[in-house]
Design a protein around this ligand. Structure first.
Ligand SMILES: *Cc1c(COP(=O)(O)O)cnc(C)c1O
Length: 431
């Protein structure tokens, strides 16, 4: 498969080049030259197909022969070795739980796939591959876990001191080995600025192959289609043939763009609802306003605090302009107050514990679902990751085994001032 830039002023590249480069020079996003139509038999036969086969069949057209069949099957097997249950909450609404991976967030799937693909493409390179990520929480943990102990790859993570939850901090700082974690005396924006400088630093670039592992990389974006197929499998078992509505808690809109891509390939999803918090660029636009990016606003569902969603261009690319998008997508903005009351209400009436991101999804789906429809929302992270859940509900539910294990480990982070030269010296020492 070839990939072009959504800005159309950079050269068309192979899958391998798109993965290694991450982003085209013109700062557009890579997009597949054609969207594959899946064999209807594949869709019909989804019911009893093993997870690995689903993943392999969905991703193969996007890669072609650039990864051999055995390696790609292994990559898929390692990526989806996670449960993706669809849990009924009300008569019409169920939760697609995407938090059963190693760091308890949906980002594990994309990060694991990308790490294995990068290992495959780096195996005969002469220099190390350096992965740099700035994180405000979930991304760093998923990337660190996915790349931990992968040969030939060094990982550097930058996070703002005192601004991630306790569990997130432990996930970032307890791995060691090829993962170096820097705790900066600053905020997330400063971490991101330094990460961008590192990615463009001549000395670093001449001594290693540098990449960012952020959500715009096609190797992180495309495998997010998998769990929409699993949702459809489970939905059929629970509700029969009715095509479900999918509601996606959104920040950078990569997850939603992957779902819409899966539908375009033939997956029977009735329509989508984008669930947003106060960062409502897309709800405003789809409800008739202008598309006006703004600075991000801090909310309870902080992994969705994005004022200028980077993957929106991919949704435009798949659907065309506003009219095409509106045919299959609506968007709802949910306030922190509604998020809180949804968490409390659902806990009281059903016993289910929503995390703030899932609560935005549930609430948006409940508002948007019409009579006779069934739907699912993506529960994008485990409630135990967010200190706010304890404050709001007085409990975070059962603590998963991986958390108890992480909590018993030693934190290793290098605490530094937010100073480029200091950070750069530490990074140069690792490559
Ligand atoms: C990253 C993240 C999101 C937003 O996903 P996008 O693909 O950026 O829209 C939602 N919920 C959680 C918990 C996340 O970590």
């Amino acid at each position: 498969m070839k990939y072009f830039s959504t800005k159309r002023t950079s050269p068309v590249v192979s899958f391998k080049e798109a993965v290694l480069k991450g982003q085209p020079e013109d700062r557009g996003l890579y997009f597949p030259a054609s969207i594959p139509m899946l064999d209807p038999q594949l869709i019909d036969g989804l019911g009893n197909m093993p997870k690995v086969d689903v993943a392999y069949n969905v991703i193969t057209p996007y890669i072609g022969s650039e990864i051999d069949e055995t390696s790609l099957r292994n990559i898929c097997a390692e990526t989806v070795d996670i449960d993706f249950p669809l849990v009924p909450i009300t008569d019409q609404i169920s939760a697609l739980e995407l938090f059963h991976g190693p760091t308890l967030a949906f980002k594990d799937v994309g990060a694991r796939f990308m790490s294995r693909v990068l290992r495959y493409f780096s195996k005969d390179r002469d220099r190390k591959t350096l992965v740099i990520v700035a994180t405000s929480g979930d991304t760093g943990g998923a990337v660190a876990s996915a790349f931990h102990n992968i040969d030939g790859i060094e990982v550097v993570i930058l996070y703002p001191k005192d601004k991630v939850s306790r569990i997130q901090e432990l996930q970032l700082t307890t791995l060691g080995g090829n993962v170096t974690t820097l705790e900066l005396h600053s905020d997330f924006d400063a971490c991101q600025t330094i990460a961008k400088q590192l990615l463009a630093d001549d000395d670093i670039c001449s001594r290693s192959y540098v990449t960012s592992a952020n959500s715009i990389n096609v190797a992180r974006w495309l495998p997010q289609q998998f769990y929409y197929f699993y949702a459809k499998q489970r939905s059929k078992q629970l509700y029969g043939d009715a095509a479900p509505v999918a509601c996606v808690p959104s920040g950078n809109f990569g997850n939603l763009a992957a779902g819409i891509l899966a539908r375009k390939s033939g997956l029977p999803i009735r329509r989508f609802i984008a669930a947003c918090n106060a960062n409502d660029v897309v709800p405003r636009y789809l409800n008739g306003g202008e598309y006006e990016p703004h600075d991000s606003i801090a909310t309870l569902s902080n992994a969705m605090d994005v004022g200028s969603p980077s993957n929106w261009v991919r949704i435009e690319e798949i659907c065309g302009g506003r009219d095409g998008i509106s045919e299959i997508l609506s968007a709802v903005s949910i306030s922190d107050q509604e998020t809180r009351s949804t968490m409390i209400g659902i806990h009281q009436s059903t016993g289910y514990i929503l995390d703030p991101h899932g609560a935005v999804g549930f609430s948006a789906l409940q508002k948007g679902l019409r009579d006779g429809e069934i739907g699912f929302f993506l529960e994008t992270a485990h409630p135990v990751k967010f200190d706010s859940v304890k404050e709001i509900l007085g409990t975070q539910g059962e603590i998963p085994a991986s958390v108890s294990e992480t909590v018993s480990k030693q934190k290793h982070a290098i605490e530094v001032e937010s100073d480029y030269e200091t950070v750069r010296d530490i990074v140069l020492n690792r490559i």
